[in-house]
Write a protein of this length. Structure first.
Length: 199
């Protein structure tokens, strides 16, 4: 049995049209069929102020020196220097001038103590920190002393010079008491010296 060719073409075409119509019918929907999208309002922005740090208690405030009267201005001096003209023939009763108040001798303030230098745990003991840095610097110097500078390439000569510069910076930092920086510079110098020595 032979099926006409036209029928073979019409059946797939009809199937395609019907399937497309179903898909578009389901995609198209009335707006009233869909539930409304209820978006909640954003929450209020409440920024709490940071708590104020408590002030450190002060053991005792220094006593304030007695207040002194400020020197009279020019206009006051000119008035005081001119005696008031007395129009009465009677002698004027003058009040005795009050002597200026004498200030008690100011209390000598103890000299201000320099602020305590902050120390990190690595540098709590300055002597041990200094010894540790000096040992690292000594090790770097001994490694560099065994290297022949003239036989190095340009790049390795630069590394050698950098190591020497790090050693100088470490020694300066030791003199200034900056042991953390000194240890960092000494470690860099030692690392470069080991690389140059091939160890």
């Amino acid at each position: 049995m032979m099926v006409p060719r036209k029928l073979l073409l019409v059946i797939p075409l009809a199937a395609a049209l019907l399937s497309g119509a179903c898909a578009s019918a389901s995609a198209k929907g009335k707006p009233s069929d869909k539930p409304a999208l209820n978006v909640p309002p954003p929450p209020p922005r409440i920024i709490e102020p940071a708590p104020e740090p408590m002030p450190e208690p002060v053991s005792e405030l220094p006593t304030a020196p007695a207040t002194t009267t400020p020197p009279a201005s020019r206009s006051n001096r000119s008035r005081e220097s001119k005696p008031a003209a007395n129009t009465d023939s009677k002698p004027a009763e003058q009040k005795p001038a009050e002597p200026p108040p004498t200030d008690p001798a100011p209390v000598a303030q103890p000299p201000a103590q320099p602020p305590a230098q902050l120390r990190t745990p690595q540098t709590a003991d300055a002597e041990n920190a200094s010894k540790a840095v000096r040992a690292t610097v000594q090790n770097a110097n001994s490694l560099l002393s065994n290297i022949d500078y003239r036989q190095l390439s340009k790049l390795r000569q630069k590394a050698y010079n950098d190591a020497k510069q790090f050693i100088l910076q470490a020694e300066d930092a030791i003199k200034q008491g900056n042991f953390v920086f000194a240890q960092g510079m000494a470690t860099k110098a030692e690392t470069l010296a080991r690389e140059l020595a091939g160890r």
